[in-house]
Design a protein around this ligand. Structure first.
Ligand code: SAH
Length: 244
């Protein structure tokens, strides 16, 4: 079956960080169903005739996931070439799995096109390698966002895992996250780097210690990196430049 719907990762923000396949599918799409975090630079790569549908979940104007899934099923049946564009990678906290399940259940052929996840790209944009020889042999990617009815992250156990902790969607819960990690035994002096709007013109990097995280101003979307690697700043760009 030729895929009618593609669940496509748009990467962290910079259009240059799209995959070649994502750019090709975008240029050929009839309909692009996208999230709020997908920037104009990426959307500009869609075909001029393509219909753009913003289903971004924003406070005060939520689009229920079931509605997005049924929209994809309906569009998939229409015979149009549909690109479902998600920030980062579609299967990393992108709810792409649920959309894939809906398409499977409806018998609609689809494909998944991975993207560069912000879990890795945002730290990199600040010159933070998530693993580093002799410093961190693993990294754990967690959500900081608590949803009713879903299992919470066991922060205290995570504190004992070692390696780097990468928190997505953690800005509003950062005080609790820091407190729980310290209660689990993580050193209050553990370095933290928070990368806001990574790889876009609005990128801001904040660095602090774990016990300063609660009081450090950070605006979403941000990726928070906790661990000794967060003290590194392996970059020569004082000011980021490029076409974003
Ligand atoms: N599927 C996405 C993650 C979706 S959850 C991915 O793989 O990247 C949304 C969270 O991703 C945000 O709350 C933030 O923590 C992170 N994020 C997305 N874009 C970002 C960016 N440009 N800079 C920093 N963090 C980002």
């Amino acid at each position: 079956m030729t895929p009618r719907v593609a669940l496509v990762g748009a990467g962290p923000g910079d259009p240059d960080l799209l995959t070649v396949k994502a750019a090709r599918l975008l240029a050929a799409a009839d309909v692009v169903v996208h999230d709020a975090l997908v920037g104009d630079g990426v959307l500009a790569l869609a075909a001029p005739h393509a219909e753009l549908i913003d289903v971004g979940k924003r406070p005060g104007r939520p689009v229920p996931q079931e509605l997005i899934s049924s929209l994809l099923v309906e569009l998939g049946r229409s015979g149009k070439r549909v690109v479902r564009l998600k920030g980062g990678d579609p299967f990393v906290f992108g709810r792409g799995g649920e959309e894939a399940q809906a398409l499977l259940a409806a018998g609609i052929a689809f494909e998944v096109v991975p993207g560069i996840t912000s879990a890795v790209a945002a730290p990199a944009a600040a010159g933070v390698p998530v693993t580093h020889r002799g410093v961190a042999a693993s990294f754990t990617v967690v959500t900081g966002h608590r949803r009713a009815g879903e299992p919470d992250v066991d922060w205290r156990s995570l504190a004992r895992v070692g390696g780097t902790v990468v928190v997505l969607m953690g800005v509003s819960e950062r005080a609790t996250i820091a407190a729980e990690l310290m209660a689990g035994g993580l050193d209050p002096a553990t370095p933290v780097a928070a990368v806001q709007s990574a790889t876009t013109f609005d990128q801001v990097v904040a660095r602090c210690r774990l016990d300063e995280l609660a009081a450090t101003p950070i605006e979403p979307p941000a990726t928070i990196v906790i661990g000794p690697v967060a003290a590194l700043a392996l970059t020569t760009d004082a000011v980021r430049a490029g076409a974003r």
